[in-house]
Design a protein around this ligand. Structure first.
Ligand code: ADP
Ligand code: MG
Length: 606
């Protein structure tokens, strides 16, 4: 039964196309070959369960590397192929064997045993790394002979009687001499690839080096975990198992805050676990990681076409067995696939948040510092998500208490701040204002993360009668009365002239406290513009207001200082100190301020 022939492909020179376009990541060949091996075993399980073949003692896939021969061999004890099947499934590569198999067995298949694959030109990807490839295979049908097949992927193939005696297949890849491939003959490299793509495949995979010395004492261990936690029922999983799985997948040793076990059968088939990670302070590292699997085969991270964008701040695994992987991403977008998944997941997430809040508000507040940025991002990205979680959004105030918007509004009702919600955007720079607020028993919320300036506008547009005002600008309203008393007008004029080149306005107020000589405030519109500008890397100077405290001893005294130089020095000092406190003292002003401080220090020490 020797045969030679040409591989029937519709397109000429398909190899370069595969190399360049189909798989940007060469390592994927191993995923393809190993998942074919798993497919073959899944199929054998099926025929064995129907009594058409005997079940082997153990199903397994072996990946063996041979440095001398420069080969990687992937073996399985699955269904195997007959002579005609090799011709049909391997030679006519455009033909999908999986579809054929499905046609044959679909009436007998139960929903659980899916056949992975759908990878299009999966097998052919071996030629990305091989000079030529051999197959030794034997069908589970005992009367069929073993088959040998060999091809270099371009010019043709040859087939003859094979050597296998037990059902199953060996794929022997003779690596080509591409420099990029030289690592592939190392066990560590293959382990790395298998851990990435095959970590959760459902049949045990063993990796070994042919000809290498074996440690007999050491127990043979598969490289994969055949029953990932997401397949278990949530009710059977312990907290420790969830945490352990998190470490295993993400190598993150900070414990996750909490998690959600996903399970959906309709309209999309999906399993998974989403973790809310503990955040680090550097917001740059906020990007999470959602690993997408198709029937336990790793596909990719963070596929925006499948997973709603706002979830990408979380960490997790999602397994979508029906995902049509061989279709283009634009198809996925049009398919509404992502939309269906997003709908389900955002419901699960919002349910979880609501439940946590209801069950234990104190605990929920503890989480809030970590999760608020995620919740806000979700709200900004998806109106529907906002509608679902709006009652679980809380605000932390300057006394470290948490409130919903409604509760906070109640809290400030009888305070003289009226219906304005003051917010702190920078705890350090605004420390003085916060103190002044506290002195007067006023309250403000802390909204100091990168999304908050957007979130503030968002909430104002969503909740009628809500207006936020930065504590920088708001401080003016709560400081005290305008002071129109005699004498101070001159002081005001003096400052206006002195600071005429500074883009600042001057006001007089009788502050509650006498300690402070002056306070710098800004207007809300400019504060918001400013935070936008920083985001876009622009820097436009803003107009500040210098509020002079007419209760302050130095301010009172200023009018009576006769020495011109001394008067100027004191006035500049008042201005610079106020700017410094507001975190706004910059460039020449800062240099000048430091110079004069040093002079003063010298005088004091003398
Ligand atoms: P797909 O897996 O999407 O069907 P592939 O190109 O990966 O496409 O494989 C083509 C076909 O070759 C498979 O459908 C299967 O019929 C056959 N095949 C490949 N590898 C094996 C194997 N190890 N055992 C049995 N059949 C195999
Ligand atoms: Mg395949």
């Amino acid at each position: 039964m020797n045969e030679k022939g040409n591989i029937s492909i519709n397109t000429e020179n398909i190899l370069p196309i595969i190399k360049k376009w189909l798989y940007s990541d060469k390592d994927i060949f191993l995923r393809e070959v190993v998942s074919n091996a798993i497919d073959a075993i899944t199929k054998h399980k099926k025929v064995a369960s129907l009594g058409e073949s005997e079940k082997p003692e153990k199903y397994r896939v072996d990946v063996k590397v041979n440095k001398k021969e420069k080969t990687i061999t992937v073996s399985d004890n699955g269904i195997g192929m007959t002579f005609d099947e090799v011709k049909q499934y391997i030679n006519q590569i455009a033909f999908s064997g999986a579809i054929d198999f499905f046609e044959k067995y679909k009436d007998k298949t139960d929903a659980q045993d899916q056949i992975i694959g759908h990878f299009g030109l999966g097998f052919y990807s071996v030629f990305m790394v091989s000079e030529f490839v051999e197959i030794q295979t034997k069908s589970y049908i005992e009367s069929e002979q073993a088959v040998y097949w060999k091809s270099d992927g371009t010019s043709g193939y040859e087939m003859s009687e094979g050597k296998r005696t037990i059902h199953g297949t060996d794929i022997i890849m003779h690596l080509n001499s591409d420099k990029e491939n030289k690592d592939l003959l190392n066990v560590w490299k293959l382990r790395e690839i298998l851990e990435k793509y095959c970590k959760f495949l459902p049949v045990e995979i063993y990796l070994s080096e042919e000809g290498a010395k074996k440690d007999e004492k050491q127990e043979e261990k598969p490289v994969n975990n055949t029953s990932p936690l997401w397949l278990k029922d949530a009710k059977d999983c312990t907290d420790e198992e969830y945490k352990e799985f998190y470490r295993e997948v993400f190598h993150d040793f900070k414990e996750p805050l909490f998690w959600i076990h996903l399970k959906m059968d309709y309209p999309v088939n999906l399993r998974g676990i989403l973790y809310f990670p503990k955040l680090t302070k550097e917001y740059n590292t906020l990007e999470g990681k959602i690993q997408l699997y198709c029937n336990q085969v790793y596909v990719a991270d963070n596929i925006k076409e499948v997973i709603p964008e706002f979830l990408l701040l979380l960490k997790g695994v999602i397994d979508c067995p029906d995902l049509p992987l061989n279709v283009s991403r634009s198809f996925l977008q049009n398919d509404g696939y992502a939309g269906k998944i997003a709908g389900h997941i955002s419901k699960k997430v919002s349910d979880k948040l609501k439940q946590l809040y209801k069950d234990d508000a104190e605990q929920y507040y503890k989480y809030w510092d970590d999760i608020n940025i995620f919740v806000k991002y979700g709200c900004l990205k998806e109106d529907k998500f906002y509608d679902k979680v709006k009652d679980s959004i809380v605000y932390k105030d300057i006394y470290d208490k948490y409130h919903t918007l409604e509760q906070f509004k109640k809290d400030i009702e009888d305070k003289k701040q009226k219906d304005k919600i003051y917010y702190v955007s920078d705890l350090q720079k605004q420390a003085q204002y916060i103190n002044m607020f506290k002195e007067q028993e006023l309250n403000a919320v802390i909204l100091d993360n990168i999304l908050d300036s957007h979130f503030i506008s968002f909430i104002e547009s969503k909740v009628q009668g809500t207006s936020f005002i930065s504590i920088d600008s708001g401080i003016k309203d709560v400081l005290g009365e305008d002071d129109k008393s005699e004498g101070f007008e001159d002081v005001k004029k003096y400052f206006e002239e002195l600071l005429s080149d500074k883009n600042i306005t001057v006001e007089l107020k009788a502050l509650k406290t006498a300690d402070v000589s002056a306070v710098v405030t800004t207007n809300e519109y400019e504060t918001r513009m400013k935070s936008m500008q920083t985001m876009y890397g622009m820097d436009i100077p803003s107009t500040n207001t210098l509020v002079l405290n007419t209760h302050n001893h130095v301010v009172k005294k200023l009018a009576s200082i006769e020495n011109e130089q001394k008067k100027k020095d004191v006035a500049l000092y008042i201005y610079q100190l106020a700017m410094l406190t507001a975190g706004k003292l910059e460039k020449e002003d800062m240099t000048d301020f430091l110079r004069r401080n040093n002079e003063m220090l010298n005088k004091t020490a003398d």
